[in-house]
Ligand binder design. Structure first.
Ligand SMILES: Cc1cc2nc3c(=O)[nH]c(=O)nc-3n(C[C@H](O)[C@H](O)[C@H](O)COP(=O)(O)OP(=O)(O)OC[C@H]3O[C@@H](n4cnc5c(N)ncnc54)[C@H](O)[C@@H]3O)c2cc1C
Length: 498
């Protein structure tokens, strides 16, 4: 029996495109990442008039796997074709298996959902999210945007943003010097967004000292090599996918064997050749040397099977992705409220934090809803309400992301043998049980009232979409690093983070 895909849980009534009246709001979206594409779809569904700009010449289906949280899938209820396709491409019946980095097995293969149940998840409850192949999910979003006839203008690189409240417009300047305006501009142009100059809240990227080698290639390469297939096989019967985790001293590796694709990811200390760029590839020789010289290993080497996998990875496939940290910052809206940042443009996540795509999609759903609730006369309130509903949640998710990354990098094997949960990223209910669309409809007015009264962000009487009991205080990566250097454990803060 396939596990039911959890798309129908939202309390929002299913309302496909055409259900909402035309708002006459012109929305210009910059960027075709998952944030921008979701904003395009949801703005269209909510009755706004949408145009999208993208700097690249075409769509970019690069990437390998990422975690898609449940909170980012509830809106598929309104998109029946995407719900069906998401189900088809999802890793149903996914197995998981855990090793030490040297190949010693720590936990035998188990079905992911059974492992969750053994850890207390109620029978039949949906998993908090699913690993997905970015190229497949991304293409699914692109196809729906095209089907809806939403115009995407490629080769439109934005170099600056502006707003003119006397004319009630936001706008951008593209590389060819042309100005483009709309009632509101959604900056979904990722880390280092060009909107930072107007919006403020510029955040300096800080080196984490860590990077990831990542590769995805056709599974038939594994099948063609009997030596590889012996270890890296999919699960039988039924060719089911399997995620294998390798926990090492100050490092870890994740692999996915699936009947169409093989993925591997290895977390490592930076060597100088990494970039924060999903298209930046390096040679396998560099990776093999890096694996051989990894610190703290002494005579204990990586599993030979993993080395063989790297050796057989096709050329120009291994991305060396730099992991940069950025402090949370609450300034996501321009001074006059006509430009609003979403996704990585507003708040970036380490790819290991299981949150980047999920939060970008949540943002997109929220801003489309706020604009619909406020209507054309209240755009500048709507953009500010959106931030009020989203900022603390994101700040907490970012902090949890650092904690999750740390967890995988610094595993205490003896403790993990007794309590396997210790080696698994925390995916608490305040993250996955959230419904960003319902939250906007339930609390827009309260947040707007708080804004009008000039209340501090947490003084609104709104149930938390962050850890219950948490009191927001600004925090910084520098402080976390300083604490870590003194051996002080990461303090998530008050509240129930479990
Ligand atoms: C090609 C690619 C592959 C990825 N692969 C993975 C992966 O395997 N695993 C993982 O965990 N995460 C991956 N990510 C990151 C992850 O998808 C994002 O962190 C997350 O989904 C947030 O998305 P976003 O829409 O906010 O930003 P992004 O996904 O970064 O999208 C930003 C978009 O804006 C466009 N853009 C940027 N600047 C401008 C400009 N000046 N003018 C016009 N357009 C502009 C970019 O070309 C891009 O299309 C990938 C991102 C990309 C772009």
């Amino acid at each position: 029996m396939p596990h039911a895909i959890p798309t129908l849980e939202s309390k929002m009534e299913a309302k496909p495109v055409g259900s909402y009246p035309d708002t006459k709001i012109d929305v210009l979206i910059i960027g075709t990442g998952l944030g921008g594409l979701t904003a395009a779809l949801e703005c269209k569904r909510k009755g706004h008039n949408v145009t999208v700009f993208e700097r690249n010449a075409t769509i970019n289906t690069a990437g390998d796997m990422y975690f898609m949280g449940l909170s980012a899938t509830r809106f598929f209820k309104h998109w029946p074709d995407m719900a069906k396709r998401y189900y088809e491409i999802s890793l149903h019946n996914c197995w998981i298996e855990t090793f030490q980095h040297n190949g010693n097995r720590m936990f035998a293969p188990a079905l992911a959902r059974e492992r969750l149940r053994a850890q207390g998840a109620p029978e039949g409850s949906p998993p908090p999210g699913i690993f997905q192949m970015r190229p497949l999910v991304y293409k699914m979003f692109v196809d729906e945007v095209e089907k809806q006839g939403i115009p995407i203008h490629y080769n439109h690189r934005v170099v600056d943003y502006f707003e003119d409240e006397s004319r009630q417009k936001g706008g951008v300047i593209t590389a060819d010097g042309k100005r483009h305006e709309a009632d509101v501009v959604i900056a979904a142009d990722g880390v280092g967004s060009k909107s930072q100059a107007l919006v403020g809240g510029v955040v300096r990227a800080k080196a984490s000292g860590r990077a990831m080698w990542r590769a995805a290639f056709p599974y038939k390469i594994v099948e063609e090599h009997p030596e590889l297939k012996k270890f890296w096989s999919v699960m039988q019967p039924g060719d089911q996918p399997i995620v294998r985790t390798f926990l090492g001293p100050g490092t870890y590796a994740l692999t996915l064997s699936r009947k169409d694709v093989m993925v591997w990811i290895i977390n490592h200390a930076t060597t100088g050749s990494e970039e924060e760029n999903w298209n930046h590839t390096i040679s396998k020789e560099e990776v093999l040397k890096g694996l051989d010289e990894m610190p703290y290993m002494e005579n204990d080497k990586w599993a030979p099977e993993l080395i063989e996998l790297v050796k057989n990875t096709p050329d120009n496939t291994i991305v060396n992705f730099d992991l940069l940290w950025r402090d949370p910052q609450p300034q996501w809206v321009s001074p006059k409220g006509r430009v609003v940042q979403i996704g990585d443009a507003a708040h970036s996540y380490l790819p290991s934090s299981s949150s980047g795509a999920t939060q970008a999609i949540e943002d997109a759903i929220s801003i489309a809803s706020c604009l619909q609730i406020g209507g054309k006369a209240n755009i500048t309130t709507a953009t500010r309400v959106h931030v009020r509903l989203r900022f603390i949640r994101n700040s907490c998710a970012q902090k949890l992301g650092f904690s999750n990354a740390e967890l995988l990098q610094s595993t205490d094997w003896n403790k993990v043998r007794i309590e396997p949960r210790l080696a698994q990223p925390k995916l608490p209910s305040w993250i996955f049980s959230h419904d960003p669309e319902a939250h906007a409809y339930d609390y827009y007015e309260t947040a707007a009232e708080g804004l009008k009264k000039g209340l501090a962000i947490q003084k609104d009487d709104i149930p938390p979409n962050y850890p219950p009991g948490y009191k927001y205080e600004p925090w910084s990566i520098d402080k976390i690093i300083e604490d870590a250097s003194k051996g002080i454990a990461l303090d998530l803060g008050e509240g129930d983070w479990s």
